[in-house]
Design a protein around this ligand. Structure first.
Ligand code: TXA
Ligand code: MG
Length: 322
């Protein structure tokens, strides 16, 4: 497994060829790093599950370079989904839509719908374009972490998560620190009105404003369980135990906005100035807790109806670990 730090056009064309040949390519997106495989290659996709240690009924998001390729993978696309796609793609948003024959059971976990995303990161865009120009249709990519763990937001984190599981011909593309830092907003577009299954940088308010309807957010209930099994369990979890209330003691880790002072003797992991910076650095902070071998991390969650909703969702799941 090689890390490619200079993502030139020719390096990306080689990476696209590696995907076409059935290898795995981890790549940056503006949310988190993904572990990519040719979405039409069953053996390559099977390796994603193996490398991640992920149950095979957890469906994968297919990444395409532009909205123009959407109808290859999705059919019966509602008008509101087209509006969302036109406004927020490329960007940190995944749409769940009825699938075409191209989206096989090995991608969708046997469901009749498929998750599609057009990422904005320049390296992701260039990789997808190169892949499509070599005859590929889309790149399946979950976050490039072991199952249940914290998503990687830089190439080194991908390496520390997956180096032991990747093969010689697999690649990691280094595109710097992910700008958003938490995973894409997932919107179920298989019903007459959209439903948010996973909050992200595209917020309910942004969707409401665009569509002129009040969008529902379904978290941790039956619907979410059937649609997106991965959204339920303990997830995004470091080895350290995460506490969303209580008082840290000397030697414990601490995560909060910068206006909260660090209690005496407590180890400050991140000190973001605002909610966007909080999202961008949260997973680094959780990883830092593990590299410092801390047993406990106390977190003061942010408030607001912006990306704070996504941060709180991930923190809840990180804190669910026994
Ligand atoms: O920001 C992101 O979305 C990143 C980057 C790499 O694109 N990807 C990502 O993928 O977070 P993953 O697999 O780690 O999380 C995707 C979640 C999973 O919980 C999965 O169950 C759900 O999306 N999902 C994928 N396809 C689905 C579908 N057809 N229906 C319902 N849920 C789906
Ligand atoms: Mg994930």
């Amino acid at each position: 497994m090689a890390i490619i730090s200079n993502c030139t056009a020719s390096a990306l064309s080689d990476a696209a060829s590696a995907l076409k040949a059935g290898n795995l390519v981890a790549f940056p997106t503006e949310t988190v790093y993904g572990l990519g495989a040719d979405a039409s290659n069953q053996l390559a996709v099977a390796r994603i599950y193996k490398v991640k240690g992920r149950p095979t009924d957890h469906p994968l998001i297919i990444h395409i370079s532009s909205i123009n390729n959407l109808d290859k993978w999705a059919r019966d696309i509602p008008e509101y989904a087209i509006k969302l796609a036109r406004k927020y793609w490329p960007g940190p948003m995944t749409l769940i839509l009825p699938r075409t024959n191209l989206a096989k059971d090995f991608i969708t976990g046997g469901q009749d719908n498929v998750g599609i995303r057009v990422p904005a990161h320049t390296v992701a865009q260039a990789l997808l374009k190169a892949f499509e120009s070599q005859g590929g249709y889309g790149v399946a990519a979950p976050s490039a972490n072991r199952f249940g763990k914290v998503s990687p937001t830089c190439a080194d984190d991908v390496k520390s998560e997956l180096a032991d599981y990747l093969s010689t011909d697999d690649l990691i593309l280094d595109g710097g620190q992910a700008e958003v830092g938490v995973e894409s907003t997932i919107i179920d577009c298989t019903n007459p009105t959209p439903v948010i299954l996973r909050p992200g940088a595209i917020t309910a308010a942004m969707i409401n404003d665009l569509l002129g309807i009040k969008i529902e957010t379904v978290l941790n209930n039956q619907t979410a369980q059937i649609k997106a099994p991965g959204l339920l369990e303990s997830h995004y979890a470091p080895l350290a135990k995460v506490y969303l209330s209580g008082t840290p003691r000397s030697g414990d880790g601490f995560i909060a906005l910068s206006n909260h002072p660090t209690p005496d003797g407590v180890i400050r992991l991140i000190s973001p100035a605002n909610n966007n910076e909080y999202a961008k650095t949260l997973y680094q902070g959780l990883r830092l807790a593990d590299s410092k071998k801390l047993a406990k991390v106390f977190v003061i969650a942010p408030t607001g109806d912006d990306i704070a909703v996504a941060i709180c969702d991930r923190l809840q799941k990180a804190a669910q670990k026994d």
